[in-house]
Write a protein that binds this ligand. Structure first.
Ligand code: ZN
Length: 168
């Protein structure tokens, strides 16, 4: 499975990657030990800077780059931190104790919205809906393992199929 294709819009790229926080070196995500990540290029599947840095790369190329928060998950938004009455969590609390740092998913009209509990009182839960990596610069070490043309079906769906992509 080798060819001379380069990563560009409407190709499917498969990559191994390790993401670290540049200051601490802490690994926040990695494909090590898993299938490579496959994504349809140019369809907003990835954070913008990740794709931009891989444009024109071919199979076997390795690249390391650091993204600003704006190129990654964006800046933190103070308005995405909300106080919710603890009574709303009564049903959940019958099954699990609430803790600061816990990650939960709220069912909102537009779909699921993950949040992190950042403070707790007897009456209120402080829920931070910012992405856990908002406001952070991120360093990625990436190896391109495959590049191929997207199928008509993938283009219609807006995502990659197969190993490391979507399964229907
Ligand atoms: Zn699909």
């Amino acid at each position: 499975m080798s060819n001379n294709m380069k990563i560009e819009a409407n190709t499917v790229a498969s990559v191994h990657y390790t993401g670290t926080l540049p200051e601490s070196g802490e690994v926040f995500d990695s494909s090590e030990g898993r299938d490579p990540l496959s994504f349809l290029v140019g369809h907003n599947q990835m954070i913008p800077g990740f794709e931009a840095n891989l444009m024109g790369c071919g199979i076997g190329e390795r690249k390391e780059f650091t993204l600003t928060a704006d190129e990654a998950y964006g800046q933190r938004d103070d308005e995405a931190v909300m106080q919710i009455e603890r009574a709303n969590f009564a049903q959940l609390e019958q099954e699990a104790a609430l803790e600061v740092g816990m990650q939960l998913v709220a069912q909102m009209p537009h779909g699921p919205a993950p949040f992190t509990i950042t403070a707790l009182t007897d009456d209120t839960v402080t829920a931070d809906f910012n992405h856990a990596l908002a406001g952070e610069s991120l360093t990625f070490a990436v190896e391109v393992v495959d590049v191929r043309e997207a199928s008509a079906e993938e283009l219609a769906h807006g995502h990659a199929h197969g190993p490391g992509g979507h399964h229907h």
